[in-house]
Ligand binder design. Structure first.
Ligand code: NAP
Ligand code: ZN
Length: 399
């Protein structure tokens, strides 16, 4: 006979169920202090299995202005299709900063950022096939999607019609509540969203591939950028330096467009064939009509029309940077020369694996500055000044 979950039991489970006012009726239960699995029947007629949770240490922003601080929370126990891994390194993306400061809106505090996650598998569910304990693993910006819509079926989980679940500040469909990201010591993710990581590459340098890598790889592949193409990359930060490395490795002629004169030597070292300062009007004028593709990785407000002017006939400017403020674009910047302004969002899971395998084969990784967890606020301040060479990566042993 069904019994109602009492508050003591509820408290042992996910915050989402606590927060969710749906009356819960237990149909079957095997409740014991150590191992608890409850099959519950929600009013919504969804059958869910809720399991005991695992304590997790993390670092969170509690509001938009204060420094980040320690935050303890629970992750779900390993389900039959889940992989649990100890997080060894987590990259610091400018998206973390945008969301910590609630620049895009919709941030739920406390927020545990981090979506460039690598580590070592500590447990796998009974039905997991791809991973075993001790394997290296990675998680990027996605931890769930409907798996049923046309986009998911095409491997474009980032465009899931029913909304993908972001690795942090996402709506957690399994546990309820919000998802917490990689500034933490462990994570539990369905194996479909866990990536295989090569042991041939230094792990700290691999972490940024999970976002900066795939976000630049995906549009370069989609538009088939390669030999014979002139490509410009705008902004030499985390995404920008991966765009330079990848575009150069695909055989394109790469120009770095930067606001920082001090980055020229590095840009060339990363693989750029040319460098131009966007604050120098003469240099900008010389680039009129020059590029087949422009990858714009800039995180702050800037004038898109300047860069559209640098496109060749039928050229495509691809925005991957996500400044919080919109930009005014003149139709005249596009119609003369039949130019396209496009955008791209991370990449699907299969493509992320393809990118990781490509990078392992071609020895491509991110240039990183490994930091301690407590350095994060300083790292954010430096990112805002464009002072990062070229990705901060947190050593999670310092959490
Ligand atoms: P980042 O490391 O901070 O690099 C951004 C670079 O943009 C800076 O280093 C700087 O390069 C340039 N820049 C900054 N302010 C500028 C300004 N006012 N005008 C012109 N250039 C400026 O950031 P990131 O982690 O690479 O991320 C870049 C953007 O991509 C962020 O908005 C992030 O949210 C977004 N993002 C999007 C996706 C996606 O799927 N589309 C994924 C990840 C991140 P220079 O010094 O060379 O000028
Ligand atoms: Zn990112």
């Amino acid at each position: 006979m069904p019994v109602f979950v009492n508050t003591v039991i509820q408290k042992n489970y996910t915050s989402g169920i606590e927060n969710n006012n749906t009356p819960i009726t237990i149909l079957t239960s095997s409740v014991s202090p150590q191992e608890v699995t409850l099959h519950i029947f929600l009013k919504t007629t969804t059958i869910k299995t809720i399991q005991k949770m695992s304590a997790t240490k993390g670092y969170a922003a509690y509001n938009a202005t204060d420094n980040l601080a320690p935050f303890d929370f629970n992750r779900r126990e390993v389900g039959p299709h889940d992989v649990q891994f100890e997080i060894l390194y987590c990259g610091v993306c400018h998206s973390d900063l945008h969301q910590v400061h609630n620049e895009w809106g919709g941030t739920v505090y406390p927020i545990v950022p981090g979506h460039e996650i690598v580590g070592k598998v500590t447990a796998v569910g009974a039905h997991v096939r791809k991973f075993a304990v001790g394997d290296l693993a990675g998680v990027g910006c996605l931890v769930d999607s409907c798996q049923e819509c046309d986009n998911c079926e095409k491997g474009l989980e980032q465009f899931c019609r029913n909304g993908f679940t972001g690795t942090y500040n996402g709506k957690d469909k399994i546990s309820g509540g919000v998802t917490y990201g990689g500034y933490s010591n462990q994570i539990v993710v369905d194996e479909k969203f866990v990536l295989k990581v090569s042991d041939k590459l230094p792990l700290a340098n691999v972490a940024p591939l999970l976002c900066a890598g795939i976000t630049t790889y995906s549009p370069l592949r989609h538009w088939k950028v390669g030999k014979g193409h002139k490509v410009a990359v705008v902004g030499l930060g985390g995404l920008g330096h991966m765009a330079v490395k990848l575009a150069a490795s695909f055989g394109a002629e790469v120009t770095m467009l930067s606001t920082s004169p001090g980055k020229e030597q590095d840009a060339r070292h990363l693989g750029a064939h040319h460098f131009a300062l966007t604050s120098n009007e003469e240099q900008v004028k010389e680039l009129t009509g020059k590029f087949d593709f422009i990858i714009d990785t800039v995180s702050a407000e800037h004038n898109y029309n300047v860069y559209l002017g640098m496109l060749n006939t039928d050229g495509v400017m691809i925005c991957v940077g996500a400044p919080p403020t919109p930009s005014l674009i003149s139709a005249f910047s596009l119609i003369g020369g039949r130019k396209s302004l496009a955008g791209s969002l991370i990449g699907g899971i299969a493509e992320t694996q393809e990118m990781l395998d490509y990078c392992a084969e071609h020895n491509i990784t991110s240039d990183v500055e490994v930091i301690e967890m407590a350095y994060i606020d300083e790292a954010y301040k430096r990112m805002l000044k464009g002072d990062v060479k070229y990705r901060f990566v947190i050593d999670m042993a310092t959490l």
